[in-house]
Ligand binder design. Structure first.
Ligand code: PMP
Length: 420
């Protein structure tokens, strides 16, 4: 029996030996087309040779050059390269290890810089599992149950979940912006609100892109009231949606960007970026930690950016995303219990339900298990686990997308036959 804690719930039975590109190989010699990409982390694919080489070389130079004791070249170079990718004016970068920690860095900065206490979040957002990040998370009770009371000072406003509301984009956007205005009048006055944090494409709750007009409305209200606009780009950023940052689809301008996952191809690294002016309003020494900006992780992140640029992965995410959407949409049209397909680029969610009120997590579970048997790894999300999510690495090829769709077609046939 394994001594691994049962609390780390496994979504597959696969024990991995090695990986290459979009493929994983298990200890029994089976191969899997990996459309989970380590929950959206391995954007450059598994063990991309450029990333492997950079990390191997760095291990021989310096592994841990503690970043508030000394600086090191990979980190300094990475700040320059990241700033090139940031919207104009976000010219200062701070590092941490995980997404949750970076979310907390952003929150700490927002509170210190504004002198205001409250953080406004949007319903369904996922921002992490540590206490402050979990307090900002409303994608499901899973990260909260048994963990209450949560941190004070978090206020949640509705997010236009078109499918769940059953409304068109304009109606849902208008409703949610009205509610946001009402919350600023009734719950958290602008003078008490430090920041609004949003995933421009919601991940864990169910791959809901925020309509452009909604993001514009949120950004405008932040600007009007001196509230900081934080974009949590941890899952949707770094090229996944077909733009480098997912908020760029709406043309809005965040004050703070939070990034992790795709940043270092699997090495633990996260970052926030803001203007130097804003960063300088935080308290010196209040951010940091033992392991942030690990030299090997930073070297891997530099190599990751080389791969993203040289192999045009953002463009590939857009093109392969369209191809994948077309293939999956045909399944949606032909299957009664695939009730919705949504997302952007290589971040697509397939709602397994008869209607928003009648989710079929049981079928979604069967689909994922059957896919695993047929060499295709898929993850689920949503409050009941009723959504199959599609998030392959950004290096995925046209053939691999077709291969995955063909395998899923056979999975659908098998599960449909079972249900009859
Ligand atoms: N924000 C978003 C949007 C995420 O998707 C995640 C991870 N799924 C996090 C924050 C938390 O990141 P981590 O698990 O690295 O703490």
């Amino acid at each position: 029996m394994s001594h691994l804690s049962p609390l780390l719930k496994q979504s597959s039975k696969v024990c991995v030996k090695n990986g290459e590109g979009s493929w994983l190989y298990d200890t029994s010699g089976n191969q899997y087309l990996d459309f989970t990409a380590g929950i959206g982390v391995t954007s450059t694919g598994h063990c991309h040779p450029t990333v492997v080489k950079a990390a191997q070389e760095q291990v021989g130079n310096i592994i841990h050059a503690q970043y508030t004791t000394v600086t090191h070249e990979p980190m300094l170079k990475l700040t320059d390269r990241l700033v090139e990718k940031m919207p104009k004016g976000l010219d200062s970068v701070a590092f941490s290890n995980s997404g949750s920690e970076a979310v907390e860095m952003a929150m700490r900065l927002a509170r210190q810089a504004t002198g205001r206490a409250n953080i406004l979040t949007f319903h369904g957002g996922f921002h992490g599992r540590t206490m402050a990040a979990a307090s900002m998370t409303t994608s499901g009770t899973k990260v909260r149950t048994g963990f209450h009371p949560m941190m004070a000072g978090v206020v949640t406003s509705p997010f236009p979940h078109l499918y769940r509301y059953g409304w068109d984009e304009d109606t849902a956007t208008e409703f949610c912006l009205k509610e946001l205005d009402e919350i600023l009048k009734t719950h958290s006055a602008p003078s008490d609100t430090a920041a609004m944090i949003i995933e421009p494409v919601q991940g864990e709750y169910g791959y809901y892109p925020a309509p452009k007009a909604f993001l514009e409305g949120v950004a405008q209200r932040c600007k009007d009231h001196g509230i900081l606009f934080i974009a949590d780009e941890i899952q949707a950023g770094y090229g996944r949606t077909g733009r480098f940052w997912s908020h760029q689809h709406a043309g809005v301008h965040p004050d703070i960007i939070v990034t992790a996952k795709g940043l270092a191809s699997g090495f633990p690294l996260s970052a926030i970026a803001a203007s130097e002016k804003l960063m300088s309003k935080g308290l010196p020494g209040s951010q940091g930690g033992t392991y942030g900006a690990n030299a090997v992780a930073c070297a891997a992140a530099l190599a990751t950016l080389d791969v993203v640029d040289n192999e045009k992965l953002v463009e590939n995410a857009a093109a392969r995303g369209e191809q994948l959407y077309r293939r999956l949409d045909a399944f949606r049209q032909g299957t009664a219990w695939i009730d919705d397909l949504r997302g952007k680029g290589l971040m697509l969610g397939m709602e397994i339900a008869h209607s928003p009120d009648r989710p079929r997590a049981d079928i979604a579970e069967r689909l994922a298990a059957e896919a695993e048997k047929r060499g295709l790894l898929l993850l689920r999300c949503g409050t009941a686990g009723q959504i199959i999510r599609w998030l392959p690495p950004l290096v995925v090829t046209e053939e691999e997308v077709d291969d995955a769709a063909d395998r899923f077609n056979r999975v659908l046939e098998a599960v449909t036959a079972e249900l009859q």
